[in-house]
Design a protein around this ligand. Structure first.
Ligand code: ZN
Length: 316
């Protein structure tokens, strides 16, 4: 029998389920903004992200600096990160060379990206889906040898800018191949912001059914067509407990000039906390961080809660 105090704690925890928000503005956000920000501004943003309570964030990517000049200083960003036991800094990589560079830079976790469509894969990852899957066992071995956690991402999992519809069977087939050398986490990414909540439920249910139970699922949404918040709710309602966001909604979409970016994290914090979830994030501090990055970019940003503020407090 639990003590009364433990029972009360249990009820409290059950009433406020935990939801992990992974902050991707220093990587996905800034990577897709035309303005370059300095390493110092990136580190200052990361400091604010940690102060707001986030404990996992994408700090940079190890890709071709000629193709993605916004991430060229990722080694310097990783070198400048605070040493904290309670935070995990993620590096993105698309190939074995990128993984080696991320490990050398001191990344503790790697997000390894696959594409669900061949044309996008050739343009983004430098090879077809089959070619990139062929090196996956080596990538996992490299990460394990270095003691680095590895997560896999399937980008364009809801639609491709070149090939259009991506069948669910295709996503499941790629997830099955990934599962043969299981990462600790698998993310489905709506890279171009085309998903609807129904697609989210269908794809996560199909992938969840074939993944080993120890592989946690994560969702990554872009708000290109204003469906990202609805998609995040759909993902959480079908059991996904880890959602990506980018403060202020920065990020844009490389295939839709002028489009909104990633789902704004502070909007996720507001909504899910009001729905009774415990995100561990302080909304006011998240809004302050969102405003900081908006000012650094020198332009209005798409996030809405950073403009409106949180729930009004009663007048004293
Ligand atoms: Zn993205």
């Amino acid at each position: 029998m639990l003590s009364r105090r433990r029972q009360a704690r249990y009820i409290e925890v059950m009433a406020r389920p935990k939801l992990e928000l992974v902050e991707v503005s220093p990587r996905d956000g800034l990577q897709n903004e035309p303005e370059l920000v300095s390493t110092a501004v990136k580190l200052s943003l990361i400091e604010r992200i940690l102060a707001a309570g986030f404990r996992r964030l994408e700090a940079g990517s190890f890709v071709n600096p000629k193709k993605v000049p916004q991430m060229a200083d990722s080694p310097e960003v990783f070198a400048g990160l605070p040493r904290r036991e309670d935070a995990v800094f993620i590096a993105l990589a698309l190939n074995r060379k990128g993984v080696a560079r991320a490990i050398a830079a001191g990344a503790e976790e790697i997000n390894y990206v696959f594409c669900a469509s061949d044309e996008f894969s050739v343009r983004n990852n430098g090879g077809t889906v089959a070619e990139t899957l062929a090196v996956w066992p080596d990538v996992v071995a490299d990460a394990k040898a270095a003691g680095v956690r590895i997560a896999a991402v399937i980008s364009t999992a809801f639609g491709c800018p070149f090939e259009g519809e991506v069948p669910i069977s295709r996503v499941v087939e790629i997830a099955e191949r990934i599962a043969q050398h299981a990462p600790f986490e698998l993310s489905l990414a709506d890279t171009i912001g085309v998903a609807s909540p129904r697609d989210v439920v269908a794809r996560f249910a199909a992938v969840g059914a074939i993944m080993p139970p120890q592989v946690q699922l994560r969702a990554h949404f872009h708000n290109t067509r204003n469906t990202a918040l609805a998609n995040a709710v759909a993902a959480v309602e079908c059991g996904v407990a880890i959602i990506d966001g980018s403060l202020a909604g920065i990020g844009g979409c490389p295939f839709a000039p002028g489009a909104a970016g990633n789902v704004p994290t502070e909007d996720l914090v507001y909504m899910f906390e009001r729905m009774g979830f415990d995100t561990g994030v302080d909304l006011d501090a998240a809004i302050a961080a969102a405003r900081f990055i908006g000012e650094a970019l020198g332009k209005p940003t798409p996030g809405m809660v950073s403009r409106a503020g949180g729930f009004p407090k009663a007048r004293a």
